[in-house]
Design a protein around this ligand. Structure first.
Ligand code: PBG
Length: 344
């Protein structure tokens, strides 16, 4: 069809007649108007920095799938904590890459009082007492099969795992952890950890529940970082949430709140902003998101190829979390973002 555009349409009504004089662009006109009407802002206070640990001294290793991120020994982690504190980052979260010979069927090294996580917490608390230390109690770094719980006849058993997580949480609190963040998604673990902390004299230690952790493909680089990529048999769908579900996520978060969670987290982040929004609307709890390894890798890889402006995409992704209702974000970009924010 060879249809001519009818230009008389342009003469029928002016834009002022169409909009009734309401012009959205007035508020976007200049930098100062944009700053004035800005609804959300990102600050260093919103950032939690996840760091990867390896045993030893004064060593750091690059992680191929996470350009700019390293695995570091406890002494370097303590130095990073110092750097984070100087930048104004409120808290760091630690994730260990446990020596292969210490990994077993039940993840028993999680119960070693002086394991890599606890050693690091002690050192950080000694050197930088004012930074928050958030520790993960899931068993996946400690198991020979890479699952978050104890595996019996091919099944990740819930209740036995919960008992072990509660004990591991107490050891982490003893080492100085401020917040326990269980990422395993076993049923009942929040209540069990709360009870264990309280009866052992750690009623001040908080719980940030990975309330809604999805069975996601975006965790790939993390598994390289903690060395579980070749160990994991099967997948984690029998305990993480199906990415298709949203009501289930709200219900799971509600249970965690009843069991005593102080804060909620959604993971992954950007693909699940609708969940962040629903949780914030439903519960008004302190709500966090974890911008996971795959999200970080996507932005970094595209930036390295010159396909997008990495800094801009990073800041845009972080403000999106704030807009969706997050009080803070766990992000591997934390130090980079904090440096940028301190300049602006
Ligand atoms: C598991 C755990 C995962 C992450 C942190 N703890 C996911 C997994 O391996 O299943 C992912 C973090 C990331 O991808 O950045 N307990």
């Amino acid at each position: 069809m060879n249809r001519q555009f009818d230009k008389t349409a342009l003469n029928r009504r002016t834009v002022d007649e169409i909009t009734g004089g309401r012009r959205m662009r007035r508020n976007r006109r200049a930098d100062w108007t944009r700053r004035l009407v800005r609804e959300n802002s990102l600050s260093t206070n919103d950032l939690i920095w996840p760091v990867f640990l390896i045993p030893g001294k004064n060593k750091s290793e690059d992680i191929a799938a996470m350009p700019g991120v390293q695995r570091v020994t406890p002494d370097i982690a303590a130095r990073q904590a110092e750097e984070a504190a100087k930048l104004g980052i409120p808290a760091i979260a630690t994730f260990p890459n446990i020596a292969p010979e210490l990994r077993d069927e039940t993840g028993s090294n999680a119960l070693a009082a002086d394991n890599l996580i606890n050693q690091t917490t002690r050192l950080i608390k000694e050197r930088v007492p004012d930074i928050g230390v958030i520790t993960d109690v899931a068993l996946d770094p400690f198991t020979s099969h890479g699952h978050d719980g104890i595996l019996r006849d091919g099944i990740v058993v819930n209740d036995e795992t919960v008992v072990q997580l509660a004990e591991a949480a107490v050891l982490q609190a003893e080492a100085g952890a401020d917040i326990i963040a269980p990422s395993d998604m076993m049923d009942g673990r929040i209540g069990a950890i709360r009870d264990a902390l309280d009866t052992n004299g750690f009623s001040d230690v908080g719980i940030m529940s990975y309330a809604t952790k999805f069975a996601s493909g975006f965790y790939g680089p993390y598994r390289e970082a903690i060395g579980t990529q070749d160990l994991l048999k099967g997948d984690k769908r029998s305990y993480y949430i199906d990415p298709a579900n949203s009501d289930e996520a709200v219900r799971d978060a509600a249970l965690d709140i009843e069991e005593g969670a102080d804060m909620l987290m959604v993971k992954p982040g950007l693909p699940y902003l609708d969940i962040v929004w629903r949780l914030k609307e439903s519960f008004g709890m302190p709500t966090f998101a974890y911008q996971v390894s795959g999200e970080y890798a996507m932005i970094k890889a595209a930036a390295q190829n010159g396909w997008l402006d990495g800094e801009r995409a990073m800041l845009e992704s972080l403000i999106a979390f704030k807009r969706a209702g997050c009080d803070g974000i766990l992000t591997y970009f934390a130090p980079e973002a904090a440096k940028l924010l301190s300049q602006s």
